[in-house]
Ligand binder design. Structure first.
Ligand code: NDP
Ligand code: 8X3
Length: 247
């Protein structure tokens, strides 16, 4: 199950899992993109794909979607908690409370709603693997990143908590923390301002979604006795959250 599979890292992760023989549950809000991906993966990799169309912020919709999965689809071996976003980039005193709600509700609460339901299924099966897509923003805090960084720090803490709580049930838990990845992320953060979004990646080669999907696949494909706890993956041109070398 890959959340936020309609674009970027989630879409690339769905593709690499399909390529490696997984059947997939893909989720997102944009129905047309979900259905396009479902069709494309089914044709290219001959896998079964189930699409779930909900806003991860809506607890009732998340719970209903998972409760109503047909029994075979409840055998979820891998959950990639990827759906997430940044909204705005402002000093704390100027931040929009709507942006804050959007980030906290999506990145933290939405992730929790999904995890609670899927973890219960994995516990029953006594196996599973949860991969949380965090960020360099889970490790560092940068100017104007305040609330986004806080949500990703929260997911780092939740990753540890999940690992501890699910330990007796054979459920592995991994966090993957990328630096700059050229996806729709910055366009969403800057509310459709493509010019501003493109500037984020100007003069350097950012990661692409496939680079992060490769890391997910590495973690998921380790032997059953191995858990990758945490991976920090950066573009070679980015030293940390704030220092990048631009030509
Ligand atoms: P994209 O904007 O390309 O993809 C985000 C995905 O999340 C989309 O599929 C979107 O689907 C889904 N999503 C967002 N909000 C909701 C919601 N309320 N309900 C359901 N689905 C939602 O960005 P990325 O691929 O870059 O982002 C994926 C993850 O990677 C995020 O958690 C992000 O924080 C993290 N990340 C990104 C980095 C980057 O530089 N790009 C770096 C580090 C981490 P839809 O709109 O269809 O609902
Ligand atoms: C997205 C990368 O550097 O904007 O998580 O925090 S960054």
């Amino acid at each position: 199950m890959v959340t936020g599979a309609t674009s970027g890292i989630g879409k690339a992760t769905a593709e690499i899992l399909a390529e490696n023989g997984y059947d997939l549950i893909i989720t997102g809000r944009r129905t047309v993109l979900l259905e396009d991906l479902k069709k494309a993966l089914g044709v290219k990799y001959k896998c079964d794909v189930l699409s779930l169309n909900f806003d991860i912020r809506c607890r009732e919709h998340v719970e209903t979607a998972i409760d109503h999965l047909p029994a075979t689809w409840k055998k979820i071996s891998v959950l990639v908690n990827n759906a997430g976003l940044a909204s705005g980039l402002d000093l704390i005193q100027n931040g929009s409370t709507d942006d804050w709600d959007r980030m906290i509700d999506t990145n933290v609460k939405g992730l929790l709603y999904i995890t609670r339901k899927v973890a219960a299924l994995m516990m029953e099966a006594k196996s599973g693997h949860i991969v949380n897509i965090t960020s360099i923003a889970a490790k560092e805090v940068y100017e104007k990143g305040n609330v986004y960084c806080a949500t990703k720090h929260a997911v780092d803490a939740l990753t540890e908590g999940m690992r501890i709580d699910l330990l007796p049930y054979g459920v592995r838990v991994t966090s993957i923390a990328p630096g700059m990845v050229n996806t729709e992320f910055s366009t969403v953060r800057f509310k459709g301002d493509r010019e501003r979004a493109d500037k984020v990646y100007e003069g350097l080669i950012p990661l692409c979604a496939g680079d992060v999907a490769d890391a997910v696949w590495f973690a998921v494909s380790r032997p059953a006795h191995v858990n990758i706890n945490d991976m920090l993956i950066m573009p070679a041109a980015q030293a940390n959250a704030t220092i990048a070398y631009r030509k």
